[in-house]
Design a protein around this ligand. Sequence first.
Ligand code: TZP
Ligand code: MG
Length: 214
Amino acid sequence: MEIAFTPDQLRAYFVCGSQDVPGKDLIAVVKAAIAAGITAFQFRDKGMKSNLTVEQRLDAAQQIRELCRRAMIPFIVDDDVDLALATAADGIHVGQSDEKIQQVIQQVRGQLFVGYSCSNLAEITAADQVAGIDYYGSGPVFATNSKADASPVIGLAGLKQLVTVATRPVVAIGGITEAQLTAIRQTGAAGSAVISMIAQSDDLQRTVTAMRQV
Ligand code: TZP
Ligand code: MG
């Protein structure tokens, strides 16, 4: 962990892997997003749907890790402790169906900050009892095309309920568009985590600036 966690990093949080940018160069997409001002990056290259071999995945992660280092934004790895440690990432993001959260916290203590996906009240209240989690990712707020096995949509009201109960900052995720950024912010969420809004933006500077400004 070269960059410690702070809640403002959640404001313009870009999540991406090779499966999200078919026909495009992942490194180039991330480079452009960093230039536009994203405040955090999560490397989420999902095995089955990935276009990369294991070696290519490590190489891509290392290149993006270096880009994040130069831009002084946190580099976070989704659901892969070994890859996170191998790339000297700043953070790890863990889902409910991934390796048990307590186990991950033990493995990465002092080395990586920890994000955890929580989509309902039961998950948030259980997670609040666990020491060593830095932020929650909550959603999908809206319907998403980017995650086949996403939990049920929680809507803005559901997000607000989770934010109100949670003892840690919450980043909203799932189907978020520029038109929804203000409403997301009004729930008390610390920011938005997005794939397609950035990966498919027709004007990256406008998109990322909108995320940073709300
Ligand atoms: N977790 C819940 S929804 C989602 C993830 C990774 C996908 C978000 O992608 P998009 O394109 O911003 O809806
Ligand atoms: Mg996961």
